[in-house]
Design a protein around this ligand. Structure first.
Ligand SMILES: [Zn+2]
Length: 176
């Protein structure tokens, strides 16, 4: 599930699209922009652009497979209405000592704090594994194991305003 680079908008041209392989047939040279994927983002009422759709052309002399795939914006978490920036605000507040309930209220995250926290906890094995490629894990002084992952995420992307988006863009996989 590919992602655009951090901060890139789905309306921007994707750099070197013609050189990229199609995730379905692995051939390159046949990819074209093919509109946008819209969906239920936070507060979007179903109309927000979430991804750029790409068509692997089999028309004319093209030898693509005719299938489509999508490049998600880095701040979109596929299949969730929760935006990466909102999730990051929530996680950062919990790391800073807020209760999950007050962090949830302050970040204006949709859903319930329990549900978000459960998803994050479930994903932590994969997160740890990937983050170790970029930064050493922080010392185990923080009590909750998941808070170490949040700290690790900050250490891995120290210059990013939203490490959750940066993670998706760097690893080309959804954060949750
Ligand atoms: Zn293809």
């Amino acid at each position: 599930m590919p992602f655009l680079s951090e901060g890139a908008c789905a309306a921007d041209a994707i750099p070197s699209l013609k050189l990229r392989p199609c995730p379905h047939c692995r051939r390159s040279g046949n990819l074209n922009g093919h509109g946008f994927l819209r969906g239920y983002g936070e507060g979007s009422f179903g109309g927000a652009v979430r991804a750029r759709r790409i068509y692997c052309s089999n028309r004319g002399r093209r030898i693509g497979c005719g299938k489509t795939h999508s490049y998600f914006q880095a701040q979109v978490i596929p299949r969730l209405s929760l935006a990466a920036t909102t999730l990051w605000n929530f996680l950062f507040l919990v790391l800073s000592g807020f209760s999950q309930k007050s962090a949830h209220q302050a970040s204006l995250a949709p859903g319930t704090p329990q549900r978000i926290w459960a998803r994050c906890t479930k994903a932590q094995g994969m997160l740890r594994h990937n983050l170790c490629q970029l930064a050493k894990p922080p010392p185990a002084v923080l009590v909750a194991p998941y808070l170490q992952v949040v700290r690790h995420l900050m250490d891995a992307f120290p210059d990013s305003p939203c490490p959750v988006s940066a993670y998706q863009s760097a690893f080309q996989i959804p954060f949750l």
